[in-house]
Design a protein around this ligand. Structure first.
Ligand code: SF4
Length: 438
């Protein structure tokens, strides 16, 4: 770490790209654009997903930048669920959404598994009454290992969950403690074992390369242990230290510009080694962060549909959505969220109406994060010649050895894929370059 250049060191800020244009361009003055979409006729063939955000956690991780609540009691959680359902009911009446059946559902957080089985059943029954799930191809659910026992996992499966994602992050108890995680490795083993025996359609485990205290030997041990568990999918993030995290606050207090975690080249190497080990075990790398055991069987519909331009209704506090080409985000504090919904209004805080060119860039860069973009797709969907439109960044990335072109297919090399978030800015419109992400 000590020899890393300023560019290689892990400084503060978000590097991970999940949308375009960046969230810093979304504004309250664009909310009428989102409301206007809701009055339009429902599109005939655009897939719809529903995201519901559960902002509660047992404990706040030191690297977490989400607004999470660790002190809410059962009555407050019930009030939140009631508000979430009311929000969904309000959307259910809108012309743009009325009668549509979701193709995918996603419960994210926070910690969805923080809710009791009874609270989850209540929530999902009432959601299904507005938007029936009978055509849903995927119901994804994030779980924190320490909140899950066999009975609760069975109840979660009974709700219709097809993709269970366990936030393992690391298998070493000392590293979990140092990073403020609530769970320990024994809870991972128990939760994973039960989930596996219950036969969820797909189990994903999340790992983070470069947490505070990570070492070469421990990372290798993490990889071996994850492979031995044979998950359907593994998602490996490179540790970032956004503003608003406990780690960043400590950096500020001690006047440090560099976070106390591994530098970027080390984190890239660790992910590269993990991918190589998973490939040797028969897995296929399917994006900059994922490897799957059986690419034919193991899909991630939420990600692929969203990144392909699908509608997604984001519900719950702070949630993000995308409807009719307009990005939408809800109020990020639970107080205003509850007040607004209780008044019978939609809790949209900010929005951004994308134009055709921004939608093209969004889909193109997100598909590059999957490692592959088909230029024929963009020709037929956007009437755009990607090779001409992006000739400079494409040539630059090819010259650097990060990208290859074969006919209509652009493929990120492994070296490019491991740092794809850093490279994608070259495809942004001039006015979006060098802007803060969040
Ligand atoms: S479990 Fe996730 S959402 Fe909750 S505090 Fe940790 S990082 Fe944040």
């Amino acid at each position: 770490m000590s020899t890393a250049t300023a560019e290689e060191a892990t400084g503060a800020g978000n590097y991970f790209i999940s949308n375009y244009p960046q969230y810093s361009f979304w504004k309250p003055e664009y909310v009428p654009d989102a409301l206007a979409v809701l009055q339009r006729e429902a599109p005939a063939d655009l897939p719809l997903g529903i995201y519901f955000h559960i902002p509660f956690c047992r404990k706040r991780c030191h690297f977490c930048y989400f607004r999470v609540y660790t002190d809410k009691n059962a009555a407050e959680i019930k009030a939140y669920i009631d508000a979430g359902v009311k929000e969904i009911e309000m959307y259910g009446d809108k012309p743009y959404l009325q009668g549509r059946k979701p193709k995918f559902i996603y419960f994210g957080g926070g910690t969805p598994s923080y809710l009791s089985a009874g609270q989850l059943k209540d929530l999902t029954d009432r959601m299904k009454a507005v938007f029936p799930w009978d055509e849903a191809e995927e119901v994804a659910f994030e779980g924190e290992p320490g909140t899950l026992n066999e009975k609760k996992l069975q109840q979660i499966k009974d709700l219709g969950v097809t993709r269970l994602s366990l936030g393992v992050e690391n298998y070493d108890d000392e590293i979990l403690e140092l990073n403020g995680r609530a769970h320990r490795s024994g809870e991972v083993d128990r939760a994973y074992g039960f989930a596996k025996s219950l036969g969820f359609g797909q189990i994903n485990i999340d790992l983070i390369a470069g947490m505070i205290g990570e070492t070469e030997a421990n990372w290798q041990a993490c990889i071996e242990r994850a492979i031995a568990d044979e998950p359907d999918c593994v998602t490996i993030y490179q540790m970032e230290v956004p503003y608003n995290t406990t780690i960043y606050k400590e950096m500020q207090q001690s006047g440090k510009l560099t976070a106390p975690v591994a530098d970027w080249p080390t984190k890239r190497r660790w992910v590269s080694e993990a991918f190589a080990a998973f490939e040797a075990a028969g897995y296929t790398v399917t994006s900059a962060t994922t490897a799957v055991r059986d690419p034919e069987k193991t899909k991630f519909i939420y990600r692929d549909a969203l990144w392909g331009g699908a509608d997604m209704l984001g519900t719950g506090v702070a949630s993000f959505g995308h409807l009719g080409g307009v990005h939408v985000q809800n109020h990020h504090d639970i107080g205003p969220y509850l007040d607004i919904v209780t008044r019978g209004e939609l809790p949209i805080y900010r929005a951004y109406p994308t134009d055709e060119e921004e939608r093209l860039i969004r889909e193109f860069i997100l598909q590059l994060k999957l490692g592959r973009a088909d230029m024929g797709y963009f020709r037929s969907k956007f009437a755009a010649e990607v090779a001409e439109r992006f000739s400079r960044p494409i040539e630059h990335l090819r010259a650097e050895g990060f990208l290859e072109m074969d006919g209509d297919i652009l493929t990120m090399t492994r070296e490019g894929l491991l740092q794809v978030d850093k490279l994608l800015h070259e495809f942004f419109l001039q006015e979006h370059q060098n802007a803060r992400y969040a």
